[in-house]
Structures are given as C-alpha cells and as structure tokens.
Ligand binder design. Structure first.
Ligand code: HEC
Ligand code: HEC
Ligand code: HEC
Ligand code: HEC
Ligand code: HEC
Ligand code: HEC
Ligand code: HEC
Ligand code: HEC
Length: 262
C-alpha cells in the first residue's frame, strides 16, 4: 500500500469515528503526553528519583544528634537513684521515660536540668484503669484514688511501693472487680472462691492464689440436694450430675459474670 492510499484509509477510518469519541481521544492523548513530558523532561531527578529520596532522608536523619543518653549514663552522678530503682517495681523503666531526653544534661549538668514529672496527671498515663492492660498490672482510678495530693507525696517514683499493703483485690484486679460488681455474683467475696495468701498482695507473682478446680466447688451453692446449708437461698439450683455434661462450669459460665454464657 503506498503512503497516499494509507493516509486516505486512515482519514476515512478517522471520519467514521463519532465526533465525541474523537474529542475524548484528543483529550486523552494530550493528558498522557503532558504526564510523560512532566515525568521525564520537566521535573528534575531530585524530585522523581526514589533512590535520591532515600539517600537524602538517610543523610538528614544521620545528621541529627541522638538525644537520649541511656540510663547507664546517669549512674556516674546519680548512683543512689539508679541503685534504688534497680530493685523497685519500676526497674523496667528508663530514667528518660520520665525525665525526657537528657543527653545535654549528662554532658553539662548545669546546661539543662531534666524536668521531673511531679504532676498528678503524669503517672496515670501508665496506671489509669484501662481494660486493655494485662491482668494484675497495678491500676487505679485517678479521680477516686487519693485525689488532691500529688502521687509522689505517697509513692517514691524511684521505688513506688504502696505505703500500705493494698487491702482490696481491686487495687490490681480492677477489671475483674468491676465485672463482678454488676453480676449476680456481686455479693460473693473474691476470697470465697480464691485462697489468696497475704504475700500475694506484696509480691503478686511469687505467691499465686488458688482457683476452683472441680465442678463440686460451684455445686456447694448450686447443686440440687448437695448445696451446703450456708449457701445463699437465692442461688439457683441445677442437677450437678447432668447439667453441662462433664465440662468445668467455667467453660460455659464466666465465674465473675456467670449470666454471660460462652
Ligand atoms: C555528669 C554528672 C551527671 C550526669 C551524667 C547526670 N546528671 Fe543529673 N544532675 C547532675 C547534677 C550536678 C544535678 C544537680 C543540678 C543542680 O541542682 O543544679 C543533677 C540534677 C538532676 C535532676 C534534678 C533536676 C531538678 O529539677 O532538681 C534530674 C531529674 C536529673 N539530674 C536526671 C538525670 C538523668 C535522667 C540522667 C541520665 C540520663 C542524669 N541526670 C545524668 C549531674 C549529672
Ligand atoms: C516513674 C518516673 C521516674 C523514673 C523512671 C525516674 N524518675 Fe527520677 N524523678 C521522678 C519524679 C516524679 C521526681 C521528683 C521527685 C520529687 O520531687 O519528690 C524525680 C526526681 C529525680 C531527681 C531529683 C531528686 C531526687 O529524688 O534525687 C533525680 C536526680 C532523678 N529523679 C534521677 C533519676 C534517674 C537517674 C533515674 C533512672 C535511674 C530516674 N530518675 C528515674 C520520676 C522518675
Ligand atoms: C511508663 C509507664 C509507667 C509510668 C509513667 C509510671 N509507672 Fe508505676 N509502674 C509501671 C510498671 C511497669 C510497674 C510494675 C508492674 C508490675 O510489677 O507488674 C509499676 C508499678 C507501680 C506501682 C506498684 C507497686 C506494687 O506494689 O505493685 C506503683 C505504686 C507505681 N508504679 C506508682 C507510680 C507513680 C507514683 C508514678 C508516677 C511518678 C508511676 N508509677 C509512673 C509503669 C509505670
Ligand atoms: C495519700 C496517699 C496517696 C496518694 C496521693 C496516691 N496514692 Fe497510690 N496508693 C496509696 C495507698 C495507701 C495504696 C495501697 C492501698 C490501696 O489503695 O488499696 C496505693 C496504691 C496504689 C497503686 C496500686 C498498688 C499495687 O500494689 O498495685 C497504684 C498503681 C497507685 N497507688 C498509684 C498512684 C498514682 C498514679 C497516684 C497519683 C495519681 C497515687 N497513687 C496517689 C496511697 C496514695
Ligand atoms: C499487688 C497487686 C495485687 C493484689 C492486691 C492482688 N493481686 Fe491477684 N494477681 C496479681 C498479679 C500481678 C497476678 C498475676 C497475673 C498474671 O500473671 O497474669 C495475679 C493473679 C491472680 C490470680 C490468678 C492466679 C492464676 O493461677 O492464674 C488470682 C485468682 C488472683 N490474683 C486473685 C486475687 C485475689 C482474690 C486478691 C485479693 C485477695 C488479689 N488477687 C490481690 C496482683 C495482685
Ligand atoms: C464464684 C467464684 C468466684 C469469685 C467470687 C471470684 N472468682 Fe476469680 N475465678 C473463679 C474461677 C472458677 C476462675 C478460673 C476460671 C478459669 O480457669 O477459666 C477464676 C479466675 C480468676 C483469675 C485468673 C483468670 C482471669 O479470669 O483473669 C483472677 C485474676 C481472678 N479470678 C480474680 C478474682 C478476683 C480479684 C475476684 C474478686 C473481685 C474474683 N476472682 C472472684 C471464681 C471466682
Ligand atoms: C457462695 C455461693 C456461690 C458459689 C460458690 C457460686 N455461686 Fe453462682 N450464684 C450464687 C448466688 C447467690 C446466685 C444468684 C444471685 C441472685 O440472683 O441474686 C448465683 C448465680 C449464678 C448463676 C445464674 C446467673 C443468672 O442469673 O442466670 C450462675 C450461672 C452461677 N451462679 C454459676 C456459678 C458457677 C459456675 C460457680 C462456680 C465457679 C458458682 N456459681 C459459684 C452463689 C454462688
Ligand atoms: C456446656 C455448658 C455448661 C456447663 C459446663 C455448665 N453450664 Fe450452667 N448453664 C448452661 C446453660 C446454657 C444455661 C442456661 C439454660 C439452662 O437453664 O439450662 C445454664 C444455666 C445455669 C444456671 C442457672 C439456672 C437457673 O435456673 O437460672 C446455673 C446456676 C448454672 N448453670 C450453674 C452451673 C454450674 C454450677 C455448673 C458446673 C457444675 C454449670 N452450670 C456448668 C451451660 C452450662
């Protein structure tokens, strides 16, 4: 086909395409052309190249001074604090978690005095009641727990023993206590079902309380005919030999909220 014929063919094909489609085609060609022009001709490589971006970001971050000195640095001048904290409940916390980045202070103590968080709003960042925290993590309700006084007036931040052994299980098991308080077991003491050694309240993990281990335990209050004399009258009765098969009661009833069946 000679070029003349070819362009005539092309012209007639083009003419047969509806006007709107031709316009749309033109718009697309212009847009694609503009994008390619921008990407490969107009924009400088420093804007386009991801490799250059990475290199520049790395350079920028490397140029920054590390601001954290690390707790080991503090030992040289504050040995008393370091030694006290190392044996305390706060042994896992870095000095600078509470005192902020202090590298300037370690180089020249008078140049920067690290701030000390003496305010009541600080400690609840970790200790305010929050159901997502692990069971046993010491939690308090900041509005109810000895309000009006600074936390550090009773707890040394470097060795935060409670000034007296907590009397209530709820000091550490707030979530379970709250759940139970709205359940039909609200009036049953924790210690009815758990034998908690006094040491558990001082060193919780080294002396764990007991947990009920057999169906008969719940049967003491709920078993038809087997319930003991001092079982509360209101406790609904079930036939302990058949009810729930051979599964443990707490596989179906959460003991701290027994009406919620799983
Ligand atoms: C080279 C010695 C030195 C090192 C290292 C050092 N400090 Fe100090 N620090 C001092 C001195 C001296 C003071 C007392 C400053 C003053 O009262 O003028 C002080 C005071 C403080 C204070 C009290 C500020 C106040 O308001 O009373 C805090 C908090 C503190 N340092 C935290 C730290 C931490 C955290 C580290 C480790 C990251 C650290 N220091 C490392 C020497 C040091
Ligand atoms: C849980 C938060 C917390 C941690 C962790 C912590 N501090 Fe403190 N620190 C405080 C608070 C709050 C004060 C203010 C105490 C006061 O005014 O009675 C303080 C005071 C100080 C002081 C000044 C007065 C004093 O009691 O000696 C120094 C020095 C100090 N801290 C150093 C350190 C060092 C070193 C570490 C790490 C070994 C550390 N702190 C870890 C909260 C903390
Ligand atoms: C960064 C988180 C964090 C901050 C901030 C913090 N703590 Fe703690 N606290 C902990 C951890 C972790 C434990 C140890 C928990 C454990 O042993 O299971 C603890 C334990 C305690 C205990 C319990 C001791 C016991 O008998 O169980 C008290 C009281 C306490 N902190 C008071 C304070 C006070 C007061 C402040 C503020 C000056 C504070 N905490 C700031 C994390 C924090
Ligand atoms: C007036 C003194 C006082 C003040 C102020 C105070 N506490 Fe306590 N705290 C206690 C006593 C006493 C106990 C233990 C008895 C109890 O509550 O069951 C305790 C217990 C705790 C516990 C649980 C201890 C454990 O073994 O699990 C935590 C956590 C705690 N306090 C944190 C704080 C925080 C955070 C603040 C500030 C918002 C604060 N406390 C203010 C006296 C105080
Ligand atoms: C000082 C804080 C604290 C106090 C007060 C406290 N506990 Fe605990 N409790 C813990 C910690 C920490 C654990 C371990 C949690 C873990 O390992 O997940 C625990 C675990 C338990 C367990 C589980 C044992 C197991 O084998 O899984 C029971 C049950 C329990 N506590 C009951 C009680 C009862 C009942 C009381 C009140 C008489 C009480 N606790 C008071 C901190 C405390
Ligand atoms: C009616 C009996 C009963 C009462 C009352 C009771 N518990 Fe329990 N608790 C149990 C049983 C049964 C288990 C074991 C559940 C399992 O193994 O799944 C248990 C498990 C636990 C556990 C460990 C597992 C978990 O669920 O987190 C803790 C901690 C605990 N109880 C604390 C308490 C505290 C604190 C109280 C009081 C506020 C309390 N219990 C009241 C029967 C009871
Ligand atoms: C000390 C006696 C006592 C023990 C032990 C006891 N319960 Fe209960 N339970 C009660 C009482 C009382 C009620 C009813 C309270 C009410 O309705 O006023 C009750 C209610 C219940 C309910 C009915 C909830 C509803 O309203 O539908 C279930 C389910 C239950 N308990 C399961 C258990 C399980 C499982 C155990 C063993 C882990 C157990 N109980 C241990 C006294 C006890
Ligand atoms: C396989 C799951 C399962 C097991 C295991 C189980 N239960 Fe239940 N339980 C249920 C269901 C479902 C209901 C509600 C329907 C019904 O009344 O039978 C219930 C109801 C109850 C009631 C309330 C009865 C009423 O009249 O309101 C009590 C009390 C009770 N269970 C106690 C227990 C005790 C105690 C054990 C252990 C000896 C136990 N359950 C084991 C599933 C179970």
């Amino acid at each position: 086909m000679d070029p003349d014929q070819f362009s005539k063919r092309l012209g007639s094909i083009f003419a047969s395409v509806p006007e709107q489609v031709r316009r749309l085609g033109l718009v697309i060609v212009v847009l694609v052309g503009a994008t390619l022009l921008l990407r490969f001709v107009l924009l400088p490589p420093s804007v386009v190249s991801t490799e250059l971006h990475w290199a520049q970001a790395t350079e920028r971050e490397m140029a920054k001074l590390p601001k954290l000195a690390g707790s080991a640095e503090c030992q040289n001048c504050h040995e008393d604090v370091v030694v006290m904290k190392a044996k305390s409940y706060h042994k896992g916390l870095a000095c600078e978690a509470c005192h902020g980045p202090a590298i300037k202070h370690t180089e020249d103590p008078s140049a920067l005095k690290p701030p000390a968080p003496r305010d009541r709003t600080f400690c609840p960042v970790c200790h305010a009641y929050d159901p997502s925290r692990p069971t046993g993590f010491p939690q308090i309700n900041p509005t109810a727990h000895n309000p009006l006084k600074a936390c550090i007036s009773c707890h040394n931040p470097h060795d935060p023993v409670p000034p007296v052994t907590p009397r209530e299980c709820s000091a550490c098991h707030a979530q379970i206590d709250r759940t139970k308080s709205i359940s039909s077991h609200a009036l049953i003491e924790c210690t009815t079902c758990h034998n908690a050694p006094e040491k558990h309240k001082v060193e919780p993990r080294s002396a764990l309380p007991s947990k009920p281990a057999a169906r008969e335990f719940c049967g003491k209050c709920h078993g038809e005919g087997v319930a003991s004399k001092d079982a509360p009258k209101e406790a609904p009765k079930i036939d302990i030999s058949t009810h729930g098969g051979r599964n443990m009661c707490w596989e179906c009833h959460y003991p701290h909220l027994p009406e919620g069946r799983t």
